[in-house]
Design a protein around this ligand. Structure first.
Ligand SMILES: Cc1ncc(COP(=O)(O)O)c(C=O)c1O
Length: 380
């Protein structure tokens, strides 16, 4: 594997991870829902103000739980942006749902809410949206449409922990929302995620689904004297060792977010003029959105220029990467009828987008080096 002077991502540690893992081991419960899992749940519930948080083994698994909770049945339709990670929709397709791909807005790269209404049919069960780069979707318009048609909203908030839309945390708008703590995210535990439950009617069943379809959580709370199989489910709860790691990161959230903000603003400030001269589009964050500084992307004028810049940076030991390929044009997407031209903005953006190295320990000197290399780029 090639090593880079500046990699795209580096998992960063805050200091207390190993100490808390040792504590979890000392406490004698390293399976799920131990001391540190409970601390993570309570902290996230308090900060975000959601009814219930349940740590999961990944964001993918939290999405699978959402599909089970919404009782998705074969032939139900689920509206999803084509410009997202496969798990956003795969979790629902696993239950038999038919994906209905929606295009994105050219500014925030979020689901284009003006196209929602024409895609809703009597079979539409849910809209699964993504706050791309942690910049909020147009939630007011989306909620109004969803309520009018009685369609559930699930927020795939993998990028957006601590981001806000009109002063309200992302992940608190849909009946359910999901988080990722994969090592590429702002706060990490290696592999991990969380289900945020905003509608309390889902809490009890979520606990059951997460515990293999049993009422083991009620048993541990002393509410039943034995536990048994009562619903569908799987094993979606992470070890308390991972929760201990995550709790250290959650405690350090202010420092992590401050570092990421500095990095994002430095890129923006020092690339602005270059971008203007080269017809390169930098990220757009509407005034009513507070972003959590998850990533820094640019849209190049053409696919050729994007590929040439990736190669140019690679030659300087810098790893920059593209992002999602349109899901409607993937092998699976085409099986559901996806074809060229269905989501033109997604198709364009997918060819043009490039993400720059972004991790908590990226220094100003590292960024200086990246920016210099970009400014020396002669193009194709
Ligand atoms: C929008 C989105 N949703 C879901 C996921 C999957 O997250 P996880 O790896 O925690 O399952 C990703 C992965 O990066 C993502 O970008």
């Amino acid at each position: 594997m090639k090593t880079y002077k500046i990699p795209f991502n580096k998992p960063c540690f805050c200091g207390n991870e190993l100490r808390y893992i040792a504590q979890a081991i000392e406490y004698g419960q390293v399976s799920g829902d131990g001391f540190f899992s409970r601390k993570c749940h309570t902290l996230l519930e308090q900060i975000l103000g959601v009814s219930r948080v349940l740590l999961t083994t990944s964001c993918t698994h939290a999405l699978e739980m959402a599909a089970l909770l919404l009782d998705i049945q074969p032939e139900d339709e689920v509206i999803v942006p084509s410009f997202t990670f496969v798990s956003t929709i795969n979790a629902f397709v696993l239950r038999g749902a038919r994906p209905i791909f929606i295009d994105i807005r050219p500014d925030t790269l979020n689901l284009d809410e003006t196209q929602l209404e024409r895609l809703i049919t009597p079979r539409t069960k849910a809209i699964v949206l993504v706050h791309y780069a942690g910049v909020g979707c147009e939630m007011e318009a989306i909620l109004e449409i969803a309520e009018r048609h009685d369609v559930a909203i699930v927020e795939d908030n993998a990028h957006g922990l601590f981001g806000k839309y009109k002063d309200k945390y992302l992940g608190t708008f849909g009946c359910l929302a999901t988080q990722s703590f994969h090592e590429t995210k702002n706060l990490i535990c290696g592999e991990g995620g969380a289900l945020l439950i905003n509608d309390p009617q889902y809490i009890e069943r979520a606990e059951i689904i997460r515990e293999k379809g049993t009422n083991r959580s009620r048993f541990f709370r002393g509410q039943v004297d034995k536990y048994t199989w009562i619903d569908l489910g799987s094993s979606y709860l992470p070890s308390d060792i991972l929760a201990a790691f995550l709790y250290a990161q959650l405690e350090a959230r202010a420092q992590i977010q401050a570092k990421r903000r500095r990095i994002w603003e430095y890129y923006y400030k020092h690339l602005q003029d270059w971008a203007k001269d080269r017809d390169v589009r930098l990220p757009i964050v509407p005034a009513h959105c507070e972003q959590p500084y998850h990533m820094f992307y640019m849209l190049l004028p053409s696919l050729e220029q994007r590929q040439a810049l990736i190669a140019h940076l690679k030659a300087h030991g810098i790893l920059s990467v593209f992002h999602y390929l349109p899901l409607h044009l993937s092998e699976m997407g085409r099986q559901f009828g996806g074809k060229e031209g269905d989501c033109p903005v997604t198709e364009d953006v997918s060819d043009l987008l490039l993400r720059l190295p972004f991790y908590n320990e990226l220094t100003e000197a590292d960024q200086e080096y990246v920016i210099k290399a970009i400014c020396n780029f002669e193009g194709e």
